[in-house]
Design a protein around this ligand. Sequence first.
Ligand SMILES: [Zn+2]
Length: 280
Amino acid sequence: MTIDNGPGSVPDGNPEDLLVFCRRDGMVICPRCTEMSVYPLKDGRFRCAGCAYTFHDFTGRWINRCKMQPAQWLDLIRLFVDGIPVNKMAARMRASYETTLKAVNTLRLSILAADPTFWPLLNTQGNLKTHCRKGHGGHDDHCLGEHAPVFGLQRYDGKLFFHHLPKTPVNAILSLSLNKRVWKTLVYTDRYQDYDALFFACCSHLRRLFAERWSGGTAFLDNDVSFWDFAENWLPRYRCFTPKCCPLYLKELEFRFNHPPSSWYKLLMQRLCEFVPNPR
Ligand SMILES: [Zn+2]
């Protein structure tokens, strides 16, 4: 991405700060075998003495996914911390909307990947798998959320935690006599087992089909004022809250809720420098 850092754009960061998060105790590590005995090459890259892999500081890490310079990433993190919408971010970064959205989603993926229970939702490239198979279902060509991932919300110590529940399919939740509520593209339930609520998202067809049946019920989470104050403040900022992106938004919400805003910038730098998990 080519960005014109002219007058009015966000100030440069200190790219060296990012390298700290790519090293272990200040030492370069091999992204393939995590060996620390590596030697520098003349072109600035490194080679692993253990597995002979050639790499650079950002190889295999989230930060390596978009063609952005470290200073541009720091600008993006600053705008993300402030909750600036992507279209305004793009204008400030002097980049296209698509490029900026890709970078912001990379940042969100790095937040999500800090929880290994979410790794099965990623494909081998580290992107979210598509679960809504519209056109492949038996219900008027809609999938009714059969493959949508389900998340369990737990609240303790004043924090909130979303867990991915791979053994709980949507159709099992639909058949439970458990109150359900619709909120934006999400469906959430009343308390279930150890969870304050279960969440999932899928195409509008499912929600339209059940909206009337679910409209009268109440859920345990409805009385959680601090959750709703926070969620209603943050989630409407996302213009295209697609079902596929639901796990990204839930984990971002968890991140922002659980950490004080003063720590977001540094934590995001750290997340961005983590390795992309490889589910193979
Ligand atoms: Zn190696």
